[in-house]
Write a protein that binds this ligand. Structure first.
Ligand code: PLP
Length: 373
């Protein structure tokens, strides 16, 4: 059994992928070819935003957006410690400071009440840092609570950058992931809900000026042309071949998002008595992961060992919260700072999840999990 099965999808659409790649080999525009513009316009439409700016990875999408907002030393960006390292890394790469805020124990996403408290505390303390933005993560594919987060952002004059790396395809009260903040960043790493056959990413925004800055940052800070450089940028372009692969996958993506709902629903029904994920009213998860909570670290170890012995792979996202990561301890984080995050990091683990997981496999997973086989 695969933790994430990419093969079944490929068998379904292999000829379309080959045809799209063939077209790139024929026209030879490997950088910024026509597939790039086509993907950007289709994904902007899908997400319901004005601008989509493709780039080389989800990490670059975060970095480029922070660069377009002119984030640098002396700036504070409020984010979650319970995420993949790239979220805080993009902030640190620019010399800015991530300020961590603990999560909600039900959604695993940044807790808006604690965010409000953290911003009030920040305003009342002399830190030498200017609060500039909020970077919520839609962890495991479930959007954070954007109504509450955007209300806090408005009060403090901050931008909201949605880390939608895991949530493309998700929904929040009638809006799509990618459209939930002032800007968003997503990833097409192969294992993400919409995955390429290599690295890729996309920035989203309705803001014309920000989109223009993103397009400039993506190509070395170009101005009128690429040999006129008006700001510091990066080489952040997506390969045309990856756009060609994504265009083929996009045709079946809405159906795959639905299949993920079916798979997640089956887990939640069969795993009675286990702490399974909760999707708040009005939200739709993209189910990048199906993550459950064990009673404690030892229980998790035992469950993972039992599943592994039965040939069922599991994974822990994420075993070490960012404030406790070696590379981030210079920020002053210590155990006990974010109790909800630390508790989840000790107990959480993820089960196999992909659109093509069969009911039979899920029944077997549940039986082994519940100790019935
Ligand atoms: C995957 C991921 C990223 C980074 O995306 P890459 O395409 O791998 O660079 C950023 N944030 C989160 C939450 C992710 O899961």
């Amino acid at each position: 059994m695969d933790f994430i099965d990419l093969k079944t999808q490929q068998i379904r659409i292999r000829s379309r992928i080959e045809k799209n790649i063939q077209a790139v080999l024929d026209h030879g525009q490997y950088i910024m070819g026509p597939e790039i513009l086509k993907l950007e316009s289709r994904l902007a439409e899908f997400a319901g935003v004005k601008h989509a700016v493709s780039c080389a990875s989800g990490t670059d999408a975060l970095l480029m957006t922070l660069m377009a907002y002119d984030i640098g030393p002396g700036d504070a960006v409020f984010t979650t410690p319970f995420t993949f390292v790239a979220t805080a890394e993009a902030i640190r790469l620019l010399g800015a400071t991530p300020v961590f805020v603990d999560i909600d124990p039900v959604t695993f996403n940044i807790d808006p009440k604690r965010l409000r408290e953290a911003l009030l505390a920040h305003a009342q303390t002399e830190t030498g840092l200017a609060a500039r933005g909020i970077l919520p993560v839609d962890l495991f594919g479930l959007p954070a609570d954007y109504d509450a987060i955007r209300a806090v952002a408005r009060e403090h004059g901050l931008f909201v950058l949605e880390d939608a790396a895991q949530s493309f395809g998700a929904e929040y009260r009638g809006r799509k992931a990618g459209a939930l903040g002032d800007a968003a960043a997503t990833s097409f790493f192969p294992a993400k809900p919409l995955g390429a056959y290599g690295d890729g990413g996309m920035c989203f925004t309705d803001d014309d000026a920000l989109a223009a800055a993103l397009r400039s940052v993506r190509i070395h800070g170009m101005g009128a042309d690429k040999y006129d450089n008006v700001r510091i940028g990066i080489n952040g372009r997506m390969d045309t071949i990856q756009a060609a692969v994504l265009l083929a996958k996009l045709d079946i993506f809405p159906e795959e998002v639905q299949l993920r709902q079916t798979v997640a629903g089956r887990y939640t029904r069969t795993l009675a008595g286990v702490v399974t994920p909760t999707v708040p009213e009005g939200l739709l998860s993209a189910w990048a992961q199906y993550s459950v909570l064990a009673e404690d670290a030892r229980h998790r170890e035992a469950l993972q060992a039992r599943l592994k012995a039965a040939g069922i792979p599991t994974a822990v996202y994420y075993p070490i919260p960012l404030h406790l990561q070696t590379a981030y301890t210079s920020l002053g984080g210590k155990p006990g700072d974010f109790p909800v995050t630390e508790d989840c990091a000790n107990r959480i683990f993820s089960l196999p999840m992909h659109p093509y997981l069969s009911a039979e496999d899920q029944e077997r997973i549940a039986a082994v999990f519940l100790g019935r086989s």
